[in-house]
Design a protein around this ligand. Structure first.
Ligand SMILES: Cc1ncc(COP(=O)(O)O)c(C=O)c1O
Length: 386
């Protein structure tokens, strides 16, 4: 009865089963994978958030396929504050970055066409691609005192059917930003072969670098789709407010935008209250980001303090985002290690293979876990290697 594209293996894996058992047992869990900001002990201006959803204009229905102009202007203002000029007219609002990806896949790809994704990276892409009949091809990132794109492998991965290259800036979970030279090289490849750049900037604001990172939103050399949303930048995933900005050579940018507008018009998925509140929620990012950056810095400092007291484990460089990658001795599969940590130490951590690390010996730690939980979880984790 069902389409082949939904023939997923939906049986829970050993780790999710163990997680469910742990939850049912009622035992306290030290969650080092925490990524829902609303459950990490951050302060939110709750009353102001609720008030923002009560605009009198909420009862009017004036749909705009690209999203309310006031909301899109607020997004343009966000980029302008970073020194990047992005026109509200070049933007389409979506309920999530995931929806933005699906619009772009629909715009660019016929069934079976290919999009390149970085590896390791965020595991959401597989389902997004399956649903849109898109084939994903990984291009490797290499770690050598920092992450970089393996351009030789990227070029090899390109075929006649490649329609886009995804860059995650900074990437989840490697926490590295794409470098200016990499942007130049990607632009050359994409412009020459008429391939689009799809830039996921949901963690752009969470930078540990001395200089603010560039945004793809002003990229002009190749057709570029830049996306982000309130999920991460203001810590409001429940509001379902994200966007897609289109840039690049004038003719192709205009054509892409007209077609995207039609896709968006078919769904009109944004609701009025959240769009009306959008500018206020955007403003709230400052207070949220200050708290997150303080948490990320504190957890990294604690991580380094604990790592200094032993020799078995180390961490990779982090330039931004909410995660750190821990290197551990590959004496067993990462999955087995994560399972053992959960069952014997009440610590939950993501094994590297969730993110498609090519080798064993990697665990991913959330740096937004509450400080006490993070410190105790790390102590128990490192004790496994004593
Ligand atoms: C790199 C990356 N992109 C996109 C998303 C999804 O964001 P949204 O909630 O806007 O769909 C996430 C969520 O963790 C992410 O890590």
């Amino acid at each position: 009865m069902f389409a082949k594209r939904t023939n997923w293996n939906l049986t829970a894996n050993r780790l999710s089963e163990a997680q469910a058992r742990h939850r049912a047992s009622g035992k306290a869990l030290l969650d080092l994978s925490a990524s829902n900001p609303t459950e990490c002990g951050f302060q939110y201006a709750s009353h102001a958030i609720m008030r923002a959803l009560c605009s009198p204009r909420t009862i009017e229905y004036r749909p705009d396929p690209k999203g309310l102009e006031t909301a899109r202007r607020a997004v343009a203002g966000y980029y302008l504050e970073r020194g990047a000029k992005a026109a509200a007219g070049n933007m389409v609002l979506t309920t999530s970055t995931s929806e933005a990806y699906s619009f772009v896949f629909r715009l660019l790809c016929n069934p079976g066409d290919e999009v390149l994704i970085p590896r390791p990276s965020y595991p959401l892409f597989d389902f997004l691609a399956d649903i849109q009949d898109v084939r994903l091809k990984p291009y490797p990132l290499i770690y050598d005192h920092g992450w970089q794109i393996d351009f030789h492998a990227l070029q090899e991965a390109i075929s006649e059917r490649t329609r886009g290259i995804i860059v995650v800036h900074p990437n989840n979970p490697t926490g590295h930003f794409n470098k200016a030279e990499e942007l130049t090289a990607i632009n050359q490849i994409c412009a020459k072969r008429e391939i689009a750049i799809i830039a996921d900037e949901v963690f752009l604001d969470f930078s540990l670098l001395p200089q603010p990172p560039f945004s793809f939103v002003t990229n002009q050399e190749a057709l570029t789709f830049t996306m982000s949303g309130l999920s991460k930048i203001s810590g409001l995933p429940q509001m379902k407010f994200a966007w897609l900005a289109v840039n690049g050579p004038e003719a192709v940018r205009r054509e892409a935008l007209a077609r995207l507008e039609m896709i968006a018009d078919t769904y009109l998925s944004m609701n009025a209250p959240v769009q009306l509140a959008g500018p206020i929620f955007m403003e709230m990012r400052h207070g949220f980001q200050q708290q997150v950056m303080a948490r990320v810095r504190a957890n990294l400092t604690e991580l380094d303090r604990q790592l200094a007291g032993q020799k078995q484990c180390s961490r990779l460089e982090v330039e931004g985002g909410w995660y750190a990658v821990l290197r551990v001795p590959a004496t067993r599969a990462d999955d087995d290690l994560a399972l053992e940590l959960l069952e014997n130490k009440d610590v939950y951590v993501h094994p590297g293979h969730f993110y498609d690390f090519p080798q064993e010996g990697h665990l991913v730690l959330s740096l937004i876990s509450p400080e006490g939980q993070f410190a105790e979880g790390m102590t128990r984790l490192l004790a496994m290697f004593k």
